[in-house]
Design a protein around this ligand. Structure first.
Ligand SMILES: Nc1nc2c(ncn2[C@@H]2O[C@H](COP(=O)(O)OP(=O)(O)OP(=O)(O)O)[C@@H](O)[C@H]2O)c(=O)[nH]1
Ligand SMILES: [Zn+2]
Length: 212
């Protein structure tokens, strides 16, 4: 059995994650040189006209696609907590998710549906998609993304419960490997009130209904 206390938090040395300055021109130059080498090693000619600026474009794109490492999701949520006596479920659904799987560094994308039941405080609505982005814009697995969002909301807002459902298509399963174009992976994570069947059913009902 692994003791949970033996596992350092994400961001500690176990992941080799270091703070970088992702807008530093020197970093972009050195990353571009690596991508130029990648182009050569896949049999391309990095000197041909169409590819001349590609290493730099890819370097910038990759730094953008992983900018979630720079974001502090808990700080984002804490910045907009409002005292409010609303005690029904708040649901923000159909939040676009764009992430990259940590196994192949290929995109996975889809939607997140997030709910919480306030406990004296509500959060500024826009902060929920911002939290999704803070965790999605990293190398991820969908299960960890789901749990990280749940834990961030639970620990920061301390609501009566949190529900997170994420549905995504993984390009590593569509474009390569098993090549299943239409498979969608659904993950979910709950706390508190959402562990009860009735509350969870209400949440699942609300996210399946469409606005007319
Ligand atoms: N659980 C989980 N698995 C993922 C996720 N993204 C990608 N994977 C899987 O990670 C696994 C990596 O398996 P490996 O056998 O090491 O890699 P592989 O040989 O490239 O696997 P195939 O994709 O089956 O060709 C694959 O089964 C992927 O489908 C994710 O978000 N969650
Ligand atoms: Zn993958």
């Amino acid at each position: 059995m692994i003791d949970k206390n033996d596992i350092p938090d994400r961001g500690d040395d176990i992941n080799g994650y270091e703070k970088i300055d992702r807008y530093n021109p020197e970093l972009i130059t050195s990353l571009s040189a690596h991508y130029k080498e990648v182009l050569k090693q896949i049999g391309e000619n990095p000197e041909r006209e169409g590819l001349l600026k590609t290493p730099e474009r890819v370097a910038k794109a990759m730094l953008y696609l992983t900018h979630g490492y720079d974001l502090d999701a808990k700080e984002i949520l804490s910045s907009a907590l409002f005292k409010e006596e609303y005690s029904q479920m708040v649901v923000v659904k159909d939040i676009e998710v764009y992430s990259m799987c940590e196994h192949h560094m290929l995109p996975f994308f889809g939607k997140a549906h997030i709910a919480y039941i306030p406990n004296g405080y509500v959060v500024g609505l826009s902060k929920i998609p911002r939290v999704v982005d803070a965790y999605a814009r990293r190398l991820q697995v969908q299960e960890r993304l789901t749990n990280e969002i749940r834990d961030c909301i639970q620990e920061t807002l301390q609501p009566i419960g949190v529900g997170v459902v994420i549905e995504c298509r993984h390009l590593c399963m569509c474009m390569r490997g098993v090549q299943k174009q239409n498979s969608v992976t659904t993950t979910s994570a709950f706390t508190g009130g959402f562990l009860q069947e009735k509350t969870r059913a209400e949440f699942l009902h609300l996210i399946s209904s469409k606005l007319s």
